[in-house]
Design a protein around this ligand. Structure first.
Ligand SMILES: NC(=[NH2+])NCCC[C@H](N)C(=O)O
Length: 400
């Protein structure tokens, strides 16, 4: 078992947290999919097959794949974890006192696997245990309304926690549909024996920061996208907390368009080698960054300057190579939307990518990057690629 440690985006990947999608995806309907942040209704069996294949590609490259459901089950062996789980998932303001009580006692009576299932897939009013007495809430809700919301976006384990060196930052997720996810990662890292010695870098009750916005460009250098999800206050407070813990010496706060297509920095730019990124061509020349450094206990903010220059300088390299995908704007836009730029490096110069982005992948290969293709026709319906679907826990250090 390897100790948690991550200081780059491309160091050989030894352990990663994934979530095999399940019943929570079956909760998606055309009526709720927008709110639950999916663009289509996934075919769940096929999504599971695609996910199993993704996990297999990682295992074949020596990666230990940790599945969120297993970790959750194991963490729930601790009674404090069970109590925390109930606290995080029973919303008394939504359910009213009676149902909240019934639900709490139900949650305390089921076994760990059943509890984990409820935490992940949620519960509808019709699935609530029967109770004595009349409840207005129960009578007035539609049977298919959620008493506990499902978490279909748990699939994107990247967003709810981030390992920075040997510490874990629990993300403060911006969208209501995803907030409860960090309660689960919080609980896993607090109560699973594997992580009992791990220290924290940032708390879930802070300003919004999502892991998809956090890029570990090099040891001590972290880029944070600021846009639809991570707020300026979130970036600033994560930067402060990393400086205080000596986890970083430079943070680049990178403004990105507040749009669905570019909800996180990793939807437009990911690292594919120690000095190279793949980037959506339309933003290559316009992406900027504010540079943050600690100075006598305060924050020193400079810029904005072009992102590529600021990044190279902070990383102490001559320049950060951009793999020129050379795509025409229409192909580039299509492949960006389908997560063509959202690659997961398993080692320097070796990345996992969706096979459908044929042009982007071809250009990566021309530039000497090895591309491990996976299919994602169903997985991609939530708008996330291989990077979004993985939370690296251990990466070997990069040797110069
Ligand atoms: N790191 C990422 N790009 N994650 C993608 C998350 C997609 C998810 N449906 C959401 O909207 O939140």
């Amino acid at each position: 078992m390897t100790e948690p440690h991550a200081q780059s985006e491309v160091g050989p990947l030894h352990a990663a947290l994934l979530h095999r999608p399940g019943t929570e995806l079956k909760r998606l309907t055309p009526r709720n999919s927008d709110q639950l942040l999916f663009d289509a209704i996934p075919w769940v069996d096929r999504a599971q097959e695609e996910h199993d294949a993704f996990a297999e590609v990682l295992r074949n490259r020596g990666v230990e794949v940790l599945l969120l459901r297993d970790l959750l089950n194991e963490a729930l062996h601790d009674t404090r974890a069970r109590a925390a789980a109930a606290l995080a998932s029973v919303d008394e303001l939504k359910l009213g006192e009676d149902i909240a009580d019934t639900l709490r006692s139900h949650l305390s009576s089921v076994d760990n696997a059943a509890l984990a299932q409820i935490l992940i897939a949620g519960m509808t009013f019709e699935e609530l245990p029967a109770a004595e007495g009349q409840s207005l809430v129960r009578r007035m809700h539609h049977p298919h309304d959620f008493a506990i919301d499902p978490l279909p976006n748990l699939l994107f384990t990247r967003d709810s926690s981030v390992w920075i060196r040997d510490r874990v930052a629990i993300a403060a997720l911006a969208m209501p549909a995803r907030r409860r996810e960090s309660a689960l990662t919080d609980l896993i890292y607090a109560y699973h024996p594997r992580f009992s010695h791990s220290a924290r870098a940032y708390g879930a009750h802070s300003a919004p920061v999502e892991g998809g916005d956090v890029l570990l460009l090099a040891p001590g250098v972290v880029a944070i996208g600021v846009g639809e999800r991570t707020t300026p206050a979130g970036a600033e407070s994560l930067a402060r907390s990393m400086f205080a813990d000596d986890l970083a010496h430079t943070v680049l706060a990178v403004p990105i368009e507040q749009a669905r297509a570019s909800m996180h920095l990793d939807t437009v730019c990911t690292m594919v080698d120690r000095d190279a990124v793949v980037m959506y061509p339309a933003i290559q020349h316009s992406l900027e960054a504010f540079t943050l450094r600690p100075l006598d206990g305060e924050l020193k903010v400079s810029g904005p300057t072009p992102f590529l220059t600021a990044a190279a300088e902070a990383m102490e390299i001559d320049h950060l190579r951009v793999i020129d995908t050379g795509l025409d704007p229409v192909t580039a836009e299509r492949e960006q939307w389908e997560d063509g730029n959202n690659t997961l490096a398993v080692a320097p110069g070796v990345v996992v990518a969706y096979e459908r982005n044929a042009e982007t992948n071809a250009r990566l290969e021309e530039a000497g990057i090895e591309v491990l293709r996976i299919s994602g026709s169903e997985l991609g319906s939530g708008r996330g690629g291989p990077r979004c679907m993985s939370c690296p826990i251990t990466r070997a250090p990069l040797h110069p």
